[in-house]
Structure formats: structure tokens, C-alpha cells
Design a protein around this ligand. Structure first.
Ligand code: C5P
Length: 230
């Protein structure tokens, strides 16, 4: 049985400022998405990759991936995405081959995730955890606020918080069930599994698995890449 990685890359990247869809912008001259696909393909455990392209951009993304010469040993599929991240992931899950039993979901926007992080998530799922997310202790104190008044409504104990990253790994049946039953809007896949009452395990994440969201993140990503190439 095989492990697949679904990479949602259909976001517009509005917070990054004007320009191409986020996944198609470049880092070190290479599209962010290509970095993300390579990061998954580098993991020996991952044999299938499904890239979820912008709704009108599947052909462009296919051509882009082919132009960057990805490893022949990995089965790479491209499908058009949807309006929300959740819908994009669901469209990706729909084209998984039958012999896949473990699924990673990895944001295209996390191009620099180290291979060790990917492998440790797969290992934990293969070891019996139905859902696994990489996470780091929260650096900032986090508050909840009343969005209407801006008044703070609470300060959760920071030692209990983790900032979670991707790839998030799942037993395929569990993830498929979550996507078939949970309709409420969510920002990651694990929270859908939580709503089913299935335990989600946190394993150590990595600083370099940060998400490229705002302009400063591009500066950081370029610096990390330059350090790796040095
Ligand atoms: O918006 P956010 O930063 O949480 O997006 C995380 C990932 O989900 C990105 O890789 C983005 O391309 C993807 N996404 C998607 N389809 C959408 C919205 C976001 O594939 N409609």
C-alpha cells in the first residue's frame, strides 16, 4: 500500500500582495509549488503526489511541473481546485489511486519543509495514529478577542498551545470520512478529524516548515534557501 501527498495550491495569496497565484510565485527562481512538490517527493515514503491547481490553471501547472523535471519514480497528478482550501483538498482526494492507505495534506505555501518532518509524520501514521500534525510551541502569547469591540475575551495558557504546520498525515479512511461529513468552515484538515472525535497526535514540527503568507515570509524563505545552497 502506498502513501500519497495532496498539495492544495489553488489559493490566490491575497495577503502576499498583488501578483500571480501564491504557489506560482518564485523562490530562488523556482516556483513555490515546485519546491513543495520536491519536498514531498524527497520523502522515500511518498509515492503519489496530487497537486490541486488554481481552478483555471491545471494545464499551466502540469506544464510547469514537467518543465522542472521532477523524479520519474513519483506518480504526480494535477487537478483543478475550488473556492476554499477544504474544497480543494476534497477534489484532490477524489483522484487518489485505490492502493493508497495513508494521505498527507501539505500546503503548497510551505515550500521548505524538511524531509525529516515529512518522514516523521508518515511514520507516526504508519505506527497506528489515525491523524498526525507537526506543531511547534507558540512563540507569542495568543488572545481571543471580541471582533466587534476589539476587547480581549481570554488568554489561553501558552504552554498548552501549539502552532501547527503541514504535512498533516491521516489514515485515508479517517480523512475521507471527515471530508464527507464535516461541512463547517475550517482552516486545516486535522480540525475536521477532531470534529469526528478521532484523536489527533502532535509530533515536533520544524521552523523551516513555516507558511509563506505575507511579504516578510518571502524574505525569510529566500534567506533559508540561500543558507541551504551555501
Ligand atoms: O489560505 P491559506 O494560507 O491557509 O492556504 C493554505 C494552502 O491552501 C495554500 O497552499 C493555498 O494555495 C491552498 N488553497 C487552495 N484552495 C483555496 C484556498 C487555499 O488550495 N481555495
Amino acid at each position: 500500500l502506498r502513501t500519497a501527498a495532496v498539495i492544495p495550491a489553488a489559493g490566490r495569496g491575497v495577503r502576499l500582495g498583488p501578483g500571480a497565484p501564491k504557489a506560482l510565485r518564485t523562490l530562488g527562481g523556482v516556483p513555490i509549488l515546485v519546491h513543495a512538490v520536491r519536498a514531498m517527493a524527497r520523502a522515500r515514503a511518498v509515492q503519489v503526489i496530487v497537486v490541486v491547481a488554481p481552478p483555471e490553471g491545471a494545464a499551466e501547472v502540469r506544464a510547469l511541473l514537467d518543465a522542472h523535471g521532477l523524479p520519474e519514480s513519483t506518480d504526480i497528478r494535477v487537478v483543478p481546485g475550488g473556492e476554499s482550501r477544504q474544497e480543494s483538498v476534497r477534489l484532490g482526494l477524489a483522484v487518489l489511486p485505490d492502493d493508497v492507505d495513508v494521505v498527507l495534506v501539505h500546503d503548497a505555501a510551505r515550500p521548505l519543509v524538511p524531509v525529516e518532518t515529512v518522514e516523521s509524520v508518515v511514520e507516526a501514521v504508519r505506527g497506528g495514529a489515525p491523524a498526525v500534525v507537526p506543531g511547534l510551541p507558540a512563540a507569542d502569547t495568543v488572545k481571543s478577542v471580541d471582533p466587534g469591540t476589539g476587547i480581549v475575551t481570554g488568554t489561553p495558557d501558552r504552554s498548552l498551545l501549539r502552532a501547527v504546520q503541514t504535512p498533516q498525515g491521516f489514515d485515508r479512511t479517517t480523512l475521507a470520512k471527515a471530508h464527507a461529513t464535516v461541512t463547517r468552515d475550517v482552516t486545516d484538515d486535522a480540525s475536521m478529524v477532531e470534529q469526528l472525535g478521532v484523536p489527533v497526535l502532535v509530533v515536533p514540527g520544524h521552523e523551516e516548515a513555516f507558511k509563506v503568507t505575507r511579504p516578510l515570509d518571502l524574505v525569510l524563505a529566500e534567506a533559508v534557501l540561500a543558507r541551504r545552497r551555501a
